[in-house]
Write a protein that binds this ligand. Structure first.
Ligand SMILES: [Zn+2]
Length: 266
């Protein structure tokens, strides 16, 4: 990729991660990307390019993942223009290119004559079915450190707060494994609250799918434990929800990061 171990734009240590995510030029372009995309990127610290991309694919929906790919490509092109042609493009120009390229892709994929209907994601909390309590879970990873936190927030059908807990882990840098630990924490919280009929909601679809089909993921021991433990409940369902519906657990996980290692309930 480069002849020297130093970045040719800023002089920092060179790597794929530096070039595409961390160099000043890349940061300026990512600063203009949608917040949810950047948030998901910030919890994925996998140093291996391929695994990083696989993780992103599991964390993002198709539209976000397309934007990620196009933006990475645009950053790479802008950088080469500076280094080899001495042509500087502003981050706004690069971002405008990304937007117009994605709009072009959408026009190509939509059937002729059909209007593009942009569906807004709901952002209100969704109540669980009758006689169930709902536990929203989420995970957050501290950037550049192997410290992760999971959070679970339990509420009744009328949205009344019933309890919450967070757990901090050291040595975990696999975002999906951390999301699975968040699901496990939901079951522990339900036990603490003596709730036997629960619905656990996560914004990580891949973990839900792995639980449903008992898939042997790299974090299979956690999946196995969740499945075993879920059988002790009268009702225990798992559902995928978009992050916009999961803000309380998401914010709790993020804020719990500085609290230190261990389990905090309340
Ligand atoms: Zn640099």
């Amino acid at each position: 990729m480069a002849d020297s171990p130093a970045c040719r734009l800023c002089g920092a240590a060179d790597s794929w991660r530096h070039v595409l995510l961390e160099c000043t030029m890349a940061r300026s372009i990512w600063a203009l990307a949608p917040e949810s995309l950047v948030e998901h990127m910030s919890i994925n610290e996998n140093p291996n390019t391929r695994r990083w991309l696989f993780n992103m694919q599991s964390l993002l929906n198709h539209t976000e993942f397309t934007r990620l790919g196009v933006t990475l490509w645009a950053i790479w092109s802008s950088r080469r223009k500076v280094i080899y042609e001495d042509i500087y493009q502003t981050p706004f120009a690069t971002n405008a290119f990304v937007n117009s390229f994605i709009n072009g892709l959408q026009l190509l994929t939509k059937p002729r004559g059909e209007q593009v209907v942009v569906q807004a994601r709901p952002n209100r909390w969704i109540a669980p079915p009758e006689n169930l309590v709902k536990i929203n879970v989420d995970a957050a990873l501290l950037r550049n450190r192997s410290v992760g936190t999971v959070a679970a927030v339990c509420r009744g059908r009328d949205e009344v707060f019933m309890g919450a807990s967070t757990v901090t882990f050291i040595g975990t840098n696999e975002p999906t494994a951390l999301e699975a630990l968040a699901m496990r924490e939901a079951l522990a919280l339900a036990d603490d609250l003596y709730e036997r009929r629960i619905l656990v909601a996560s914004d990580c679809k891949v973990v839900i799918d792995n639980i449903k089909v008992n898939n042997a993921a790299s974090y299979r021991a956690i999946i196995r434990e969740i499945i075993d433990r879920s059988s002790s409940f009268l009702v225990c369902s798992f559902s995928h929800e978009f992050r916009s519906l999961n803000t309380k657990a998401h914010n709790l996980a993020k804020r719990a990061l500085p609290l230190g290692v261990g389990r905090v309930c309340g």
